[in-house]
Design a protein around this ligand. Structure first.
Ligand SMILES: O=C(CO)[C@@H](O)[C@H](O)COP(=O)(O)O
Length: 215
């Protein structure tokens, strides 16, 4: 079954509690937290203070996507704030295994994200350390961008690899996911869909969440 992770980047930040409650009530299991530092990506969003504040209002599984440089400095803060999974970008890491093990040592699930120009082979050495592999289908930084399909063959390779070896790793896709693009992502082997503008900019966000859950 597909997991839908609404991305709060497209939510109304003045009504965050309400938009998160909407996702929970519509049946979403995860919430995708877009953490941006203005260095790794050209945008700034939220930090652990906001994550801790929304944690008190939501039971959803918190999927914290750290689009930040030096993520190792902030792992403990996001863990303490209530993230359930902490996903770091391969592009930001000198020693990925060390950082992934630090996340696990904090009692959290560990994810590794790759930008759209990366191949499955770039991520494959780290799969034994991972709970989640995140393939970006846009360049990280902003919601509402056009889906980049180049990641689909890489996702298919990843799905085949983890199925053959029975690795307990989720495959997530993030960027440009909507009613038109989600089926191809699922066909390629994705089981966690992140969607931002397709949900929160829709006339009926709950109906969009329920549509993704039904795929
Ligand atoms: O991390 C990011 C963008 O960097 C995403 O999570 C976007 O927020 C997804 O938004 P849509 O592409 O679905 O509108």
């Amino acid at each position: 079954m597909v997991i839908i992770a609404p991305s709060i980047l497209s939510a109304d930040f003045a009504e965050l509690q309400q938009d998160i409650a909407l996702a929970e009530k519509a049946g979403a299991q995860w919430l995708h937290l877009d953490i941006m530092d203005g260095h790794f990506v050209p945008n700034l969003t939220i930090g652990p203070v906001v994550v801790a504040a929304i944690r008190t209002h939501a039971k959803l599984f918190f999927d914290a996507h750290l689009m930040i440089e030096n993520p190792e400095k902030y792992l403990a803060a996001f863990a303490e704030a209530g993230a359930d999974l902490i996903c770091v970008h391969l592009e930001t890491l000198k020693d990925p295994v060390k950082v992934l093990r630090q996340i696990k040592a904090l009692g959290k699930k560990a994810g590794l994200a790759v930008n759209p120009d990366k191949k499955f082979a770039d991520l494959q050495p780290y799969l034994p350390e991972l709970d989640l592999a995140l393939f970006m289908s846009v360049w990280p930084g902003f919601a509402g961008q056009k889906f980049i399909a180049d990641c689909l063959p890489e996702i298919a390779k990843c799905r085949a690899y983890i199925t053959d070896r029975r690795l307990p790793v989720d495959i997530e896709i993030d960027g440009g996911i909507n009613r038109a693009t989600a089926p191809a992502a699922i066909d390629a082997g994705v089981n966690v869909l992140v969607a931002g503008s397709a949900i929160y900019k829709a006339a009926d966000p709950s109906a969009e969440i329920q549509h993704f859950i039904s795929l």
